[in-house]
Ligand binder design. Structure first.
Ligand SMILES: [Zn+2]
Length: 347
């Protein structure tokens, strides 16, 4: 398995643990709600003062758990990407080791290990704003949405005398199909009562009605971006890397933008994925062994531009994709991050 395949496998494992967090929340809430005397009104936690404090605590546990998991896993993948680059650059040096002086080899190896200390950059990454919000703000929005999701699900699921397990199961079932849930609750109570909660069910573009789905999407995206960002910094910081190639995943079956954008890009083209859930991976384009041997033996550390392998611009297919999609892109409220981040390559 390649490092990137392992990376994707680990993300799935992390998501399982985020799923557990959500199941715990639903179970906790079901336990709190199951013995209530519930009125005919649309179910709202705030109408049941006996449980409001405990509900807030359960939601805070979920909120803090989600945030801390995202923090931990972004750090893991940040380090895994560093390790991937270390291994690759080390292999690259080992391949030419017999042809260069030992002192030069040692200093190259020191340089590689020095570049992997990117903890400050990780902190900046974790605190950054992605669009309008930081990760902790996004998590907080998800928690608020989860609360409203739960109120709807309880409204539809609750029957006096049912067990906490049954209630939890029914809530989860409801939340797996938020569209149908929304319609049922609306039919029961009418539009007027719904107006406030209904907002949670009409989130913006690229966001789901289900808070849990949004949590999974946010986590997967943050963790993947951390891995890519860490890799990016190393690519940009090392003169022996002269470009990057963005490749389709072997699991890629359906033709999409990934096929149209694959290719060799400049090393400072900021890339983490083409779209949410994208499984493309990148490989580094390095100076040739003979170029490296010559410059090291001459006591030099040449710029990337000196290499015959240097990639100076985006591939033609990137520009054709841009012009073919210009109209659609202009209509979109938020541009894909890879256009925002790479303005100098977008003509
Ligand atoms: Zn892709």
């Amino acid at each position: 398995m390649t490092p990137d395949e392992k990376h994707i496998k680990r993300i799935n494992k992390y998501l399982t643990s985020i799923n557990v967090l959500y199941n715990d929340l639903v179970r906790e809430i079901a336990l709190l709600v199951v013995n209530l005397k519930v009125s005919e009104k649309l179910f709202r936690f705030k109408d049941y003062s006996r449980i409001t404090k405990a509900v807030s605590e359960a939601l805070m546990t979920y909120n803090n758990g989600l945030l801390s998991k995202i923090r931990t896993y972004t750090e893991y993948e940040w380090d895994f990407a560093n390790q991937k680059v270390n291994d690759l650059l080390t292999d690259n040096m080992n391949a030419i080791k017999p042809k260069i002086p030992t002192t030069a080899y040692d200093s190259k190896m020191r340089e590689i290990s020095k570049q992997s200390q990117n903890k400050k950059a990780l902190e900046v990454f974790q605190e950054r704003k992605n669009g309008k919000f930081t990760v902790s703000e996004r998590v907080w929005n998800i928690t608020k949405q989860a609360k409203e999701n739960l109120e709807f699900a309880i409204d539809d699921a609750f029957k006096e005398g049912m067990s906490a397990q049954d209630l939890a199961r029914k809530i989860k079932g409801n939340l797996n199909n938020p569209d149908a849930l929304f319609r049922r609750v609306r039919d029961k109570h009418g539009n007027l009562q719904l107006s406030k909660n209904a907002k949670a069910f009409h989130p913006g573009q690229g966001v789901y009605r289900s808070a849990h789905k949004n949590a999974m999407r946010l986590a997967a995206n943050e963790i993947n971006t951390a891995y890519r960002q860490s890799e990016q910094l190393r690519i940009q910081g090392n003169n022996d890397v002269v470009g990057q190639k963005i490749n389709l995943s072997p699991q890629h079956k359906v033709y999409d933008m990934c096929d149209e954008l694959a290719g060799s890009y400049p090393k400072d083209f900021n890339w983490s994925s083409w779209h949410v859930g994208c499984k493309c991976f990148r490989t580094m384009i390095l100076k040739s062994p003979s170029e490296l041997i010559t410059e090291i033996n001459n006591g030099q550390n040449q710029s990337p531009e000196s290499s015959a392998n240097f990639v100076s611009g985006v591939p033609d297919n990137f520009n054709s994709w841009l012009s073919e999609n210009r109209e659609t892109l202009e209509k979109r409220k938020s541009k894909p991050y890879f256009l925002e981040e790479n303005k100098k390559f977008v003509s």
